[in-house]
Write a protein of this length. Structure first.
Ligand code: GLN
Length: 339
């Protein structure tokens, strides 16, 4: 009798342990032990640091002056562990990666419908600064991750003055990063002096009634937003916040509501790497966002946020090494949302 009770208890205990083990693991669980993460990040850095393909963006002159050999990779888990390899402390301009987080701000403050109706969430299949996409697609701005939709998103932020609007933009990026961020003045000046195309895009959107604030103010705020300095460490925390259901894993702050996160990730999956978003999703299986400064963030929901940085870009404007590094990490740690 005593024996059988003990046996019963032991079996029940084993079953409990087993189910706790399985419950703790999502279906596509990545192996996120510190040793494994460190090993995979180091391997990715070593494997791709010799890749010389692509070239720095040069349509913003200051970006062409950044050392093309810089290469950093960072990963953050929802429980706040941070892993870095390479040049993870180097500050570069966030550029278009900011668009995903400002889109999150607009979805959070103004709701799903406002994003759908005033901007849209479809792919353009065109380069990020396409004017043709505005002309040929009836809705004009199509998603907040290309320049047209990103400037529309900036124009939608509700504020009484440009300064107040800037405070919201900067504050949003800072809350995702978990620290104070500043504009890189040289990048800002360089882009402000050469952003005629973005001025044209904003003016055209305005003519179609798809820009919701003053044109020069919007272009200026957007240019400043793109010039905010970040490290790959910062970007991984930002991606990690989306991976952790909108809660910054380092500060613990709930930055956006958990139920808004899937919408942000859906837009990233659709348009995060511009006209190469499809091939990226096919190869890597993670929502992501790139910037012409050389950074890319990707989000494995519930598992990790990852960022990589290296300035040389491919024809679509996406960092060559950052793409290779993130693809390698996903293949070796797991996390592909379709697996
Ligand atoms: N500031 C850049 C621009 O508007 C951002 C583009 C990008 O990162 N793809 O051209």
């Amino acid at each position: 009798m005593i024996m059988s009770t003990m046996l019963h208890r032991a079996t029940a205990f084993a079953a409990l342990l087993l189910s706790a083990f399985y419950l703790a693991l999502p279906a596509t669980a990545a192996d996120l032990s510190p040793e494994k993460i460190e090993k995979v990040l180091a391997e990715a850095h070593k494997a791709f640091k010799g890749v010389k393909d692509g070239a720095n963006a040069d349509y913003i002159p200051a970006l062409d002056e950044v050392d093309p050999e810089l290469f950093g990779i960072s990963l953050v888990t929802p429980d706040g562990r941070v892993y870095n390899v390479g040049d993870s402390k180097y500050t570069f301009s966030i550029q278009s990666i900011s668009k995903a987080f400002i889109a999150a701000r607009v979805i959070q403050d103004q709701g799903t419908e406002a994003m759908l109706e005033q901007i849209g969430v479809d792919a353009t299949g065109q380069p990020f600064n396409s004017i043709e996409a505005i002309e040929s697609i009836e809705e004009r701005s199509v998603n907040p991750l290309v320049n047209a939709g990103a400037m529309a998103a900036v124009s939608m932020i509700k504020a009484d003055s440009p300064e107040e609007k800037w405070a919201q933009i900067q504050g949003t990026l800072e809350s995702f990063a978990g620290r104070e961020l500043t504009v890189m003045d040289d990048i800002y000046a360089s882009e402000a002096a050469t952003n005629d195309r973005n001025q044209a895009i904003a003016k055209l959107l305005d003519a179609y009634g798809r820009l919701y604030d003053d044109v020069p103010v919007t272009v200026d705020l957007y240019t400043r937003q793109c010039s905010v300095g970040v490290t790959s460490h910062d970007l991984a925390v930002m991606a990690g916040t989306l991976a952790a259901g909108g809660r910054n894993p380092v500060t613990g702050d709930q930055v956006i509501d958990e139920d808004k996160v899937p919408e942000v990730l859906a837009v990233m999956a659709t348009a995060g790497l511009y006209d190469d978003s499809g091939i990226w999703l096919y190869n890597v299986g993670l929502p992501a966002k790139s910037g012409v400064g050389g950074g890319i963030v990707a989000v494995a929901p519930g598992e990790y946020g990852i960022a990589a940085f290296s300035p040389r870009l491919d024809a679509a404007g996406n960092s060559v090494r950052a793409q290779l590094a993130i693809e390698y990490v996903v293949e070796n740690l797991g996390g592909n949302v379709f697996e």
